[in-house]
Design a protein around this ligand. Structure first.
Ligand code: ADP
Ligand code: MG
Length: 236
């Protein structure tokens, strides 16, 4: 079992270099784990949208990505697929704790992302959870530390960082800033700076936004390392 997993991971990695967005018609054209492909099939996602086609390969290869595409263009899967594949490649397990952190502007959006993750990630055995408040802080911190994929809101995450001594994100592999323009519109620029300073610098970061403003570029400069810019317009 371990051998076949190692073989699958090696096979997937060996195909990354050949990813060409223009040749991708179906999700099965990407080198993805059987588990992710099965999750996509069950959730009835067959072919990628433009932003997914352009950005997933770059993220799989380990690049930091700044992705801009309008609302409704499919940005959620553009980061959830790389998140699942990142932890799969690392053979992440329940014992490894927090591996992926997804920051979402509102509880409602965090919840929606969680619902998509539950469907598409169904065949993986990572633990996943929401950290959006509404529970005792200390209870939530315990969950934050041991959950593999956490979807959170910036205010609540910062509260954990500020008020609980035992929160650590030391093993974090991948950070996602989703709907980053909305995060900034809601006045979380300072919180984001503080959060990013508290995270390990050896990580991959994916930033998605519907718009590309000056403040998004400032946030990108702070959070991304040598990012690849992917911008998809309606008629591109
Ligand atoms: P965004 O974050 O860019 O606003 P979402 O990720 O919320 O967009 O996706 C918008 C809608 O498109 C959702 O209903 C989602 O289920 C659907 N969708 C996303 N990707 C695909 C796909 N590859 N095939 C079919 N529908 C998709
Ligand atoms: Mg979205």
């Amino acid at each position: 079992k371990v051998d076949s997993l190692n073989k699958e991971i090696a096979d997937i990695r060996s195909r990354y270099a050949q990813i060409e967005p223009s040749k991708i018609n179906s999700f099965t054209d990407f080198p993805l784990s059987k588990r992710t492909l099965e999750g996509l099939r069950i959730a009835k996602f067959a072919s990628p949208t433009d932003i997914q086609r352009e950005s997933i390969g770059l993220a799989l290869k380990g690049n930091d990505v700044l992705g801009a595409a309008k609302t409704g263009s499919g940005k959620t899967l553009a980061f959830l697929i790389p998140v699942l594949e990142c932890l799969f490649r690392e053979k992440w397990s329940h014992m490894d704790g927090l591996g992926a952190l997804i920051i979402s502007p509102t509880r409602e959006l965090a919840y929606q992302t969680f619902e998509v993750l539950k469907r598409v990630g169904n065949r993986h055995d990572f633990s996943a959870g929401l950290v959006i408040g509404g529970k005792h802080l200390r209870e939530e911190t315990a969950r934050l530390n041991r959950t593999n994929i956490v979807i959170c809101t910036p205010g609540r995450l910062l509260q954990h960082m500020d008020e609980t001594f035992n929160f650590t994100a030391d093993s974090l592999q991948i950070l996602v800033l989703d709907e980053a323009d909305r995060i900034l519109d809601m006045g979380f620029a300072q919180s984001m700076n503080a959060i990013i300073e508290n995270l390990p610098s050896e990580r991959q970061t994916l930033l998605f936004s519907a718009t590309q403003t000056k403040s998004i570029k400032d946030l990108a400069r702070l959070s991304l390392n040598n990012p690849v810019y992917v911008s998809v317009h309606e008629n591109a």
